[in-house]
Design a protein around this ligand. Sequence first.
Ligand code: SAJ
Length: 434
Amino acid sequence: MKFNKICVLGLGYIGLPTASTFAAHGVKVLGVDINPQVIETLRNGGIHIHEPGLRETVKTALASGNFSVSTKPEEADAFLIAVPTPFHEDKFGEYEGQKYKLADMRAVTSATEAIVPFLRKGNLVVLESTSPPRTTIELVAPILARSGLQAGRDFHLAYSPERVLPGQILRELIENARVIGGVTPESAQAGADLYSIFVKGQIVQTDATTAEMVKLMENTYRDVNIAIANEFARLADKFGVDVWEAIQIASLHPRVKILSPGPGVGGHCISVDPWFFVETAPELTPLIYNARRVNDAQPHFVVDLVKRALGNLKGKRIAALGLAYKPDVDDLRESPAAEVVHLLRNEGAQVKAWEPFKPDANLPGMDMAQSLDAALKDADAILLLVRHTEFVSLKPADIASKTKARAIVDAVNGWNAVDWQAAGFKVTRLGVRK
Ligand code: SAJ
């Protein structure tokens, strides 16, 4: 199938890079977002999200005349839906007395509805948003049928998840393998024709529900494996073992690869996607459900460590280093580090947080330091929450001269305990009680 014009609905972390990459490859692209501010920002040459290289790609795409933006879709050969699928804030499911989160599919529903008046015979529609299994055939197809056209007979319909890593989106969009699940083999083929415009990685064709499941399986696999690493950290602490040493030794086994414990699992993918399985099949997912609970509870274990270092936290001053959800990114969404800080404050501690990637972050109830030195100055303890490269390379002797704190708590195995002890610090580490 040939594509002269495509319409991308949703210009966020995935939609905008995808739309501008298509445009850079010579396709006419209309980017659609219901938020007029997003459209205005883009029209004025700005960009509303942070992603390395994206500003230039968008600028070039707009200047080439191939990329335009609007709040409304138009007729096109293909429609891509890349809108958010967050959770409902105030609605929960319940199974055997246990609450679980529910996906809010309203954005997918309204983006699909917006396509209906413009859908023509022979078009392709692709859903990219991470969704519960069977969304393509049970939610999207019936809405599109309101056009009088039927998916798989009159137009092509496919599901193709994004699987890119924030911070490397533009490269991974092109290089990663791409799975395309069609409601028919012809739909999958049409999707493969579309993405082969820029994808250099392998393109795998399958059915729509398999592709939906693949995406959720990838992130659930990671979540469950991080949960077991976190439980290992709790066990090592109980048994007087250093979990980091134990993981390293166990991972020498050719078929064992254990992930890293830490303050929990954040971001907008791994802490979210497993719930899409739980909500659609709570009776089949006790392991996935409990892995989520283990990872969500992990910030409490970090607070316990701080208490071990400082005793009662009332009035204690703590320098919290890092608020991002993972190392070397500026993304604070669903960050377990931020959750730790909130819990410490609830215990009466006075926390100054230093996040070098977002010093001006405006989180409710958060006291942000404007520099590392400002965070350290009056601290009683230094708490390492994110393994940012610049934190790992801090020199204990330098730090000792900048603070009266003589206790460090390392929740991410970022620092060498011996070096810090040599500089006069008492060291408390996650997953270590020796
Ligand atoms: N984490 C640990 N221990 C580890 C690894 C990670 O505690 O050993 C924590 C991180 O600190 C972070 C969270 O898990 O808080 C998630 O980080 P991540 O790097 O594992 O994943 P994301 O959310 O940045 O990106 C993932 C990727 N999926 C996989 O690696 C299977 C990415 O490819 C997906 O595109 C993305 O989710 C998504 O959009 O679904």
